[in-house]
Design a protein. Structure first.
Lengths: 162, 794
């Protein structure tokens, strides 16, 4: 956690794979992930369609084409595990993480995995578990297991130039 | 008591009883209606309707401060829960999304009628492909979780599209409830069942909120005694205005009466005389309220507060009588000598107040009627009833020595009267120096609430981010369908203006309730089952979802094709009903749709933006739609009042001159009577602006009152000029005492925290004093030969 907290800024490539029961095949996308301490997170999807998601001060802003939509995360507890887990991990906010999740850590410093189970009942109805793995201070993957069996796997690539 | 005296007393008693009966039936109001026009134009009607009954008028803004954010949130949640079970509230919103579930169910069920995306193209192969593709994009983003469970029923994304058009700005959320931008106060919005003009209902609602807050705080650990409540909104404002006015009426009349009583006791040294002086005043006040009850639907509280000044004026008559009816007062009896002068003075006052009667501004018109009835009654009671009750004359203190001293002082001051020529000069300089801030231009300056309350309300409004609904397009039609169709035509043009960033956005009732024609058109866009199945098969090529999974969608579309149209009744009881009701007004005379506009980037709309909006509204629905800027409308209304008050004041002044000429005063004597009054008005206007006041309606009305009240003094001086000097001391003494009583009455008003009351008092109190002084200085002295006095300044 302390190692993670040492990064005030991060900029990495990602690939995402979503497996939804109602879909015939997984959806794949890729782009860049940007993080600025303490709580700004941006997910810039470049393929297959450009999309920009920004979370800052608890507000999610989504830009797709000409449309911009903003959501207050606090109003949607079912969304918060997705955002909070990543944000808290990136900022090394252990207390914040443990407030929202039951945290179970396994593996070694060189290859660790965190199992996060939402404490909030509304959140738990949607998200069963968030699995974050990494090596030392680098995050490797971020996986969301939804209560209905759907899952999303976000794989983080190497650090990009700022 | 003589037979005639007994008749007068009986008549007085019967009339007083009658007036009391009428007054008992009076209905009083304290809302803003006093400031609204009596016969509004079509656009003013919108303003009036919005102020009295619009959604904004029924909104109570609640802020909870103190303790920590978590505790505040718990208190607000507890408060919301209690208010939701209270039938006095139509809707209670604290940012808790649960309140929206029923509404969202309604929207989802009728999505093919409500979604603006539903067109024949939308359900073509290409349209379906694009729509399903976009829904999949949404599905894979975090917010997709919100719509995922409904994807197979709504793969074309109609619900997200509807929610996009309905989403308005809302406050930020903290610990699950709304909070102020700085995070220091938790917020809640409650919509009352009572309309804004129902002040009793609003007061009950405000009390219910306070009680629920106390209970919620008591049942939240760590909250009791640490959290505080603040309420705002037009209804709360009206309630506070009413209690302010009520408190002011009582306090001002009490203070005024006590001060005047002290003055009279000091001067007359007779308790009996003191009690008797209040008989004409009380009779006048009773007659005034009775006249208002007969003349108007409701008596406005603020009129009663203005009426406090009547005490100071009506008491003059009995003061003149007590002081001047002493035996040996220049040989003239009361009835032959003093009464005609009082009568003429009373008539000039009535002339002045009568000029207020035609005012479109109800508060002013009521003030006029109240004062006329009050003054006439007070004068008649003084003339016909008081002398019956007091045989001969009452043993009051002899003021002759005091009056003689006054006369000597006056004689010494008179040579300096040339200095009065400086008055117009001073006034001109002051008015010129402040020419840019001379007039008050905003209707809000008439508000019966204090400026602190107005500031607190504005702060709360900013916290909530409540739209002030200043700009709107109003669409009027013969029936609901006509209004909705026209609103849709206007909406299409407004959408184009949003795209051009002329405006930031707009609301429309048709987003909740489209016209039947549009609903039918949307249903006609839905292909029959076999056709849709075939198109969907083709459209899904290349997409990661198969038609087999979307059977619920096919079923829902089929069900929608045969479903009944959406009507206003479907919204009853849902969280959407208040929003729709606020945007739609249907009555027997027709239907009106309101489309509030949000300026791009907040603030005001530019002149160019207003022009293109007006053009768009006119082109979309000629004769039915018009653009309204409520604030400009209100300020125009105010400017109209101000202009009218000025015109009426000038007419009143002219009427007084005509009356004096008709009373067979020579033009020169009339000039002598009105010149000091004109000077007093000029001096007061100069003083007010020099002290930084912006002149408004009440100042203008006040100036007319200076003339109406001051003419009494000038007439006495005019009368004195032709009489033996023996009568002068008593007349002088009575004038000064009467003047002081008037100054006290208006001076008490000047101390009021209510701006309109203070404005009237600050104008008339110094004005009456100056009118007496100027009239005394400019009067021909009894000894001087006619024509020897210098000509009055022009």
């Amino acid at each position: 956690m302390e190692l993670l907290a040492a990064h005030p800024h991060a900029h990495v490539a990602f690939t995402e794979e979503q497996r939804l029961a109602m879909l015939d095949r997984p959806l794949e996308s890729s782009g860049e992930l940007l993080y600025d301490a303490p709580d700004r997170l941006e997910k810039r999807t470049l393929k297959p369609k450009p999309e920009d998601l920004t979370v800052e001060h608890g507000v999610l802003t989504a830009r797709r084409g000409r449309h911009t939509r903003t959501l207050e995360l606090a109003a949607y507890p079912q969304l918060s595990p997705l955002i909070d887990s990543l944000r808290a991990t990136l900022s090394g906010d252990r207390a914040g993480l443990e407030r929202a999740f039951a945290v179970q850590l396994e593996g070694s410093l060189a290859d660790w995995t965190m199992h996060l189970t939402p404490r909030d009942a509304a959140a738990a109805r949607v998200v069963r578990e968030v699995r974050i793995s990494g090596s030392r201070a680098a995050l490797r993957s971020f996986e969301v297991l939804q209560a209905d069996g759907d899952r999303t796997l976000l794989t983080l690539g190497p650090e990009l130039a700022p | 008591m003589t037979r005639a005296g007994a008749v007068a007393t009986l008549l007085w008693g019967a009339l007083a009883l009658l007036a009391a009966l009428i007054v008992a039936r009076a209905s009083y109001t304290a809302d803003l209606s006093a400031f609204l026009p009596r016969s509004p134009t079509a656009t003013e009607r919108v303003l009036v309707q919005q102020v009295r009954e619009g959604l904004a008028s029924r909104l109570i803004m609640v802020a909870v401060a103190g303790a920590d954010s978590h505790t505040r949130a718990q208190v607000v949640a507890g408060l919301a829960q209690r208010l939701r079970s209270d039938p006095a509230f139509v809707a209670v919103n604290d940012g808790d999304p649960a309140g929206f579930s029923a509404a969202s169910q309604l929207l989802f069920e009728h999505r093919y009628l409500l979604s603006e995306a539903v067109t024949p193209q939308h359900f073509s192969v290409a349209g379906l492909h694009a729509a399903v593709g976009a829904s999949l994009d949404l599905l894979t983003s975090p917010e997709g979780l919100l719509f995922k469970s409904r994807f197979t029923r709504d793969p074309t994304g109609e619900l997200p599209a509807i929610l996009d058009t309905l989403a308005g700005p809302s406050p930020r959320t903290q610990d699950g409830v709304w909070s102020s931008p700085d995070g220091q106060r938790a917020l809640l919005l409650a919509e009352t069942r009572a309309v804004g003009s129902d002040i009793d209902g609003q007061e009950a609602a405000a009390v219910a909120v306070s009680r629920a807050f106390t209970a919620a705080a008591a049942s939240t650990p760590g909250a009791s005694g640490r959290v505080s409540l603040r309420l705002g909104g037009p209804g709360v404002f009206a309630v506070s205005a009413r209690s302010t006015i009520r408190e002011q009426v009582i306090r001002l009349s009490l203070v005024g009466s006590l001060l005047i009583a002290a003055l009279l006791l000091a001067v007359l040294r007779s308790v009996r005389a003191l009690l008797l002086t209040f008989v004409p005043v009380a009779s006048g006040a009773l007659a005034g309220v009775a006249a208002l009850t007969l003349g108007f639907d409701t008596v406005h509280g603020i009129t009663l507060a203005f009426g406090v000044t009547l005490i100071g004026e009506a008491i003059d008559y009995s003061i003149y009588w007590f002081i001047q009816s002493r035996p040996g007062n220049g040989g003239d009896g009361w009835k032959q000598g003093v009464w005609p002068t009082i009568r003429l003075g009373m008539l000039t006052s009535v002339c002045g107040f009568a000029a207020l009667l035609p005012s479109a501004f109800q508060g002013v018109a009521q003030l006029g009627l109240f004062s006329i009835a009050g003054l006439v009654t007070a004068a008649l009671v003084t003339r016909f009833v008081l002398p019956v009750w007091v045989h001969g004359s009452l043993e009051v203190r002899n003021l002759t020595p005091f009056g003689a001293a006054l006369a000597r002082l006056l004689a010494r001051l008179r040579p300096a009267r040339a200095a009065l020529l400086l008055v117009p000069l001073f006034a001109a300089v002051a008015l010129y120096a402040h020419r840019h801030t001379l007039l008050s231009r905003e209707l809000s300056s008439l508000s019966p609430t204090t400026s602190q309350e107005q500031a607190a309300d504005a702060a709360l409004r900013a916290d909530v981010g409540a739209p002030d609904a200043r700009y709107m397009v109003v669409v009027s039609a013969r029936d609901l369908e006509g209004a909705l169709s026209a609103a849709e035509a206007v909406g299409a043009r407004l959408t184009a203006l949003v795209d051009e960033a002329v405006i930031g956005g707009f609301e429309s009732p048709t987003r909740y309730l489209p016209s039947l024609a549009t609903q039918r058109m949307r249903l006609a866009s839905l292909p029959p089952p076999a056709e849709l199945t075939a198109r969907l098969q083709e459209a899904l090529a290349g997409l990661p979802v198969s038609a087999a999974r979307l059977t619920p969608f096919l079923d829902d579309v089929q069900a929608a094709r045969t479903a009944a149209p959406l009507t206003r009744a479907d919204f009853a009881g849902t969280a959407l009903a208040p929003a729709l009701d606020a945007l739609l007004d249907v009555d027997s005379s027709g239907a009106t749709a309101f489309l509030p506009l949000t300026p791009a980037g907040g603030g005001e709309l530019s002149r160019a933006a207003l022009a293109s909006l007006a053009a768009a509204a006119g082109a979309a629905a000629p004769g039915e739609a018009q653009l309204i800027d409520l604030k400009a409308q209100a300020d125009r209304l105010y400017a109209g009042y101000l202009r009218q008050a000025a015109v009426l004041s000038v007419l009143g002044f002219a009427a007084i001159v005509v009356l004096l000429l008709a009373a067979r005063l020579s033009p020169l004597r009339v000039l002598r009577v009105v010149a000091p009054l004109g000077l007093a008005v000029l001096a007061v206007a100069g003083l007010l602006v020099a002290f930084g006041e912006r002149l408004g309606i009440m100042h203008v009305v006040g100036m007319l009152l200076i003339v109406a009240v001051g003419s009494n003094y000038a007439l006495f001086f005019d009368r004195m000029a032709g009489r033996p000097p023996a009568a002068a001391p008593l007349t002088l003494a009575s004038l000064l005492v009467a003047n002081l009583a008037t100054v006290i009455g208006f001076g008490v008003l000047a101390s009021s925290s209510v701006p309109v009351l203070a404005a009237l008092g600050r104008t008339v109190a110094p004005g009456a004093l100056l009118a007496l002084l100027f009239a005394a200085l400019m009067a021909r002295s009894g000894e001087a030969a006619p024509g020897a006095a210098p000509p009055p300044p022009t």
